[in-house]
Design a protein around this ligand. Structure first.
Ligand code: 7PJ
Length: 255
């Protein structure tokens, strides 16, 4: 999954793809590099990001989505109305960092035959990185995802449409993220595909001392550990390099 932020204030690419034409061109380039899914988002969820109105979020993503009709596109949103409009415009997946907890979100996704990513986040983006605390991070994240899968299935969303994501960096310290990554295999018990987003995140910065534009090697190391832990979708900014990593990993597995 290649990331395209249609925002003026993304931490990872600093708003380089805010203009629709730039976002479209970037999505196409990532597809050529081997992304099988493109994740577009019009709302930055980084700590301290400026809030975006629903109209503004739609105005950011719809022109991009409409121009990518031949690709598999996932839309990163928390808003039911944005989900509905995105699905009408041909989105293949809804990627919700709130795991369809907003009122109306389950219903917005149910009728479409789209895929959905249910992600764990502790707290709200504005404050989630203020001393997050867990008694047992693995148990809490896994229990939450289990509960959200059950809620989605109960609402009429077939299990085959669902993927889960521990939500690295969303209300988690570096230590929490490392525990979740080390024990990723335990999410296999949920028996749905596992998506992970570690690309350029601050835990890599913390471990290596690198700024966000210099975290590729650290991110590739994390991607490999994630694959070995059973991840099936890697959400990344650097598609070409990640494809090479996957090619090597698959060859060794097949040997
Ligand atoms: C994630 C995401 C992630 C899913 C972002 C960033 C922050 N969606 N959206 N998983 N991260 N499913 O790209 O660093 O980890 S935005």
């Amino acid at each position: 999954m290649g990331v395209v932020n249609v925002t003026p204030d993304s931490f990872s690419d600093g708003g380089r793809y805010f203009a629709p034409s730039a976002a479209i061109a970037h999505a196409r380039a990532l597809a050529v590099e081997g992304a099988q899914l493109i994740d577009i988002g019009g709302e930055s969820t980084r700590p301290g990001a400026a809030p975006v109105s629903e109209d503004e979020e739609l105005a950011r993503i719809l022109p991009v989505l409409e121009a990518l009709g031949d690709l598999c596109v996932s839309v990163d949103t928390r808003r039911p109305a944005v989900m509905e409009a995105a699905l009408d415009a041909g989105a293949s997946m809804i990627n919700d960092v709130q795991a369809l907890q907003a009122p109306g979100a389950l219903g917005a996704v149910r009728e479409a035959q789209c895929a959905v990513c249910l992600m764990h986040m502790k707290g709200e983006p504005a404050t989630m990185q203020r001393e997050p605390h867990y008694d047992d991070v693995m148990r809490e994240v896994k229990g939450f995802l289990q509960e959200r899968v059950a809620a989605a299935v109960a609402a009429g969303i077939a299990r085959e449409r669902i993927v889960v994501d521990p939500g690295f960096g969303f209300g988690k310290t570096a230590a929490h993220n490392l525990t979740l990554l080390k024990r990723l295999g335990e999410f296999g018990e949920l028996t749905v595909p596992l998506l992970v987003g570690l690309s350029r995140k601050s835990t890599i910065g913390k471990l290596t001392g690198r700024a966000s534009g210099e975290r590729l090697a650290g991110g590739l190391a994390m991607a490999l550990i994630a694959l070995q832990g059973g991840a099936t979708i890697l959400r990344v900014h650097d598609v070409k390099e990640t494809r090479d990593l996957i090619a090597v990993w698959q060859a060794v597995r097949a040997a």
